[in-house]
Design a protein around this ligand. Sequence first.
Ligand code: TXD
Length: 310
Amino acid sequence: MRKKIALIGGGQIGQILAMLAAQKELGDIVILDVPGYANVCKGKALDLMEMAPHGNYDANIIGTSDYKDIEGADVVIVTAGKPREAGMTREDLLNVNIKIITEVANGVKQYAPKAFCIIVTNPLDAMVYVFHKVTGFPKHQVIGMAGTLDTARWRAFIAMELGVSVADVAGTVLGGHGPDMVPLPRLTTVGSVPLTEIATPEQIEKLVNRTREAGTEIVKLFGKGSAFFSPAWSAIVIAESYLKDKRRVLPCAALCEGEYGVNGLFIGVPCLISAKGMEKIFEIKLTEEEKAQFQKTIASVTKTVSECKI
Ligand code: TXD
C-alpha cells in the first residue's frame, strides 16, 4: 500500500508540495484547505492527476476540506495560515495563525495521530510549539521547517557570490526563523575549503546578512505573499528522509530539552531525520561569539512563544 501524505493548506507552498510529492512518488496525496477553498484544491489535485502521464508518476491526489480524508496519513505538512505582506514581520502573523494552527492540530490529532508532522506556517518557531502543545504528540513526531530553507539560502548565496557550484557548498544555519538566525561561517566549506579561507570578512558579513533577510527580500519583491518554491522543496527533503529512512542530518526546529542550553522550546538545531522521525539532535561545540548569537535568537523565540499564551 502506498504511503499517504496530508498537506494542510493548499495555497502557494501547498500546491508545490503536492507537485513535488507526486513527482517523487512519495505516496498518495490529500490537499486540505478551508471549505471556501476546497474546490480550488480539488481543481489543483485534478490538474496534478492529469499531469501524471507526462510527469510519469502514480499517485492518487485529492482536494478536500474534510479531516476524515487525512485519516491514517503517514506524513502531515502544515502550511495553513496567512503569509506575510510587505512591511509585516513574521510575528505580525501570530494571533491569526495561532487560531488556525490550533484548529489544524485538533484535526490531525483526531485523524492522523501517528503522522510525522512538519510545520511550515509562520512565525515558525511559535507555530510548531503551539501544534506540539495542542496535539501532545511525542517530540520525535513534530518538527518545524525553517533551518533547512535558511541553509539552502545560505548555500545558494555563497555559490552565487563565489561563482561555484551550489553542490559543493556545505554548511548550516541554526536558531530561530527570524533576522537573528545563526549562519555558521566557521563550519561552512566550499569543496572542503573553509569559507573563512576563500571569502573575505566583508563578503561573509554580506552573505550572513542576506541570508538573515532572505525571506524579507522576496516578500518585498512580491509585495503580497512570501517565498514558495524553496520552502516547499525544503519541507519535501525532510518528508522524504522520514519516509525513506534516508537518515539525513538537517537543521530543523526541534523540541530542545537541555540541548544548546534550551529548555522546552522548538528552535533550529541539526536533527537526524529517520523512519523514527526526529531521532536525534546533534550538539555542536559553539565558540563564545556563536553562543552569544544563539542566546539572542533564543531570546527572540522565547518572547514570541510567551506571547502565544498557551
Ligand atoms: O521557512 C518557513 N517556515 C516559511 C514559512 C517560508 C515561507 C513561508 N512560510 C509561511 O508558510 C508563510 O508565512 C505562511 O504562514 C505559510 C504558508 O505560506 P503560503 O505562501 O503557502 O500561503 P498561502 O498561499 O496563503 O496558503 C495558505 C493556505 C491558504 O490556501 C488558506 O486558505 C489556507 O492556508 N488556510 C487553511 N487551511 C486549512 N485550515 C485552516 N484553518 C486554514 N486557514 C487558512
